[in-house]
Design a protein around this ligand. Structure first.
Ligand SMILES: [Zn+2]
Length: 283
């Protein structure tokens, strides 16, 4: 963990699904699932340890001097918009009156996570618009995560711009409020993509990198720490001082296949299966 001298560490935690993954689930998806009881224990730990939990825009406002930065800030983020956020994360956050940022791939709302169709997986349920409105009204920040969850840095810039702007516009249409935070799918971006996000009117964007953020960070490439599925409280506490990228990050970055791009380029499921086979051979 390289943090400049004189900077303040700010952990931004990254979750995906809060669920007990099925034994038969794809290993790539299992790596994204934190069991509900474990999540509840982690939130309780943060609360009792004196952390102040912020959403991403609250952090950005504090870093810009528009609000006070708490002594021990932690930011909670949830990527993709899985329906289990409503069932398992929202009740816990509401119990403690906590906020978080939920990043939604808007093209899959009320459907399933098509982009995760590895092998025989059929996708996982994504929130409905009614649930997203309720979540937003409960004090959770809803951020954009593109329309179709592509690797933005591999798209033509005009297509990437549409992905970024459409997700923002659609969320704002349903929520009736400005959407100011963005998360790059797969954590992938380029200088051009970063510029597009800024031009679209966002004030922040989260990457992945599995690293500690700091108060000197670029608001458009915020590092996050990945929460692994089986962290006990000791491991969870150690997350805030980790020095090496976790194994989970390595799996995450290599396993997720850009389904949309493959389909756009005329490849079929056979190609996706072959890619998955190559991934399994590499591990
Ligand atoms: Zn995602």
């Amino acid at each position: 963990m390289l943090v400049k001298q004189g900077t303040k560490n700010i952990p931004i935690l990254m979750y995906h699904s809060i669920s007990q993954s099925a034994e038969s689930a794809d290993p790539g998806f299992k790596a994204l699932c934190v069991p509900p009881a474990l999540f509840a224990a982690q939130v309780d730990y943060l609360y009792r340890s004196g952390y102040t939990i912020l959403n991403v825009t609250q952090l950005i406002n504090a870093l810009a001097g528009k609000a006070l930065l708490p002594e021990r800030p932690v930011v909670l983020t949830f990527d993709d918009g899985y329906a289990d956020f409503y069932d398992h994360a929202l009740p816990v956050l509401s119990r403690y009156h906590l906020t978080a940022t939920l990043y939604i791939a808007t093209g899959f709302v009320e459907r399933t996570s098509l982009w995760l169709r590895w092998k025989e997986e059929t996708g996982h349920p994504i929130l409905t618009w009614d649930q997203i409105v309720e979540i937003s009204n409960s004090g959770i920040e809803c951020g954009a995560h593109t329309q179709s969850h592509p690797k933005l840095h591999r798209l033509p810039l005009a297509t990437a711009r549409d992905e970024i702007r459409c997700s923002k516009d659609l969320l704002e249409q349903y929520l009736g409020r400005e959407v100011t935070s963005f998360a790059y799918p797969y954590g992938g971006y380029s200088s051009g993509v970063r510029r597009l996000v800024k031009e679209a009117g966002f004030t922040s964007a989260c990457a992945v990198n599995d690293a500690m953020c700091s108060d000197k960070a670029d608001p458009f490439t915020l590092d996050r720490l990945m929460v692994t599925p089986n962290m006990d409280m000791n491991a969870f506490g150690a997350l805030f001082t980790q020095k090496e990228p976790s194994q989970l990050r390595k799996i995450y970055m290599s396993a997720r296949i850009p389904v949309r791009q493959a389909l756009l380029h005329g490849f079929g499921i056979a190609v996706l299966r072959r890619n998955m086979g190559l991934f399994l051979m590499r591990r």
